[in-house]
Ligand binder design. Sequence first.
Ligand SMILES: *Cc1c(COP(=O)(O)O)cnc(C)c1O
Length: 224
Amino acid sequence: MSDDINPAANLRAIQARIAGARDAAIAPADATRLIAISKGHDEARILPVLEEGQRLFGENRVQEAMGKWPPLKARFPDIELHLVGPLQTNKIGDAMALFDVVHSLDREKLAVAFAGARDKEGHCPKLFVQVNTGEEPQKAGVAPKETVAFVRHCRDGLKLPVIGLMCIPPVEENPAPHFALLKNYARELALPFLSMGMSDDFETAIRFGATHVRVGTAIFGSRA
Ligand SMILES: *Cc1c(COP(=O)(O)O)cnc(C)c1O
């Protein structure tokens, strides 16, 4: 890793760009929260961002997060930790112990596992349903046409705390239609939150009403 990365300065620059995008947007969300995606980076990169006041962080692997975050959570108790990567049902106990929010609810088996764990533990992370807006076979997420029924089943049937939708548009495509599609589903379902937009496209996502943008590389630098 090169030494010329200044995560605190990068954070301030991203915050300014978020504010600028919100000002320029015709219909931004009431608030847009920045989740700093720290996967692949160690405490040396994360601490300056914490000291700058950032409290929402995201990781994509349960195992990696378990090694990194407990000591940081002890020092900064108001950290809110988001899991943005795929979750296997056998990791659900570990995930529930560490994460406040999970962005990757994407299948029936996982929904049932969350409901069971919730009944046992008496709490459940807040959940986003991930939608595979590009219908890419290699990518996680429910198919667009199954989104409405799946959310209703999770939220109204299993009584899971589903608060919004999440997507990762195909890398080679204009993300705007994907964000628009996600927003339409959220409106149809009366879901308040939209997790969309990464380092390369968060300003576009804000135009389409993103409430949570997930920015990694633009804050912490490239991953090894
Ligand atoms: C890694 C990751 C991000 C951050 O991506 P960058 O391009 O580094 O900003 C956002 N969302 C998810 C789901 C990720 O896995």
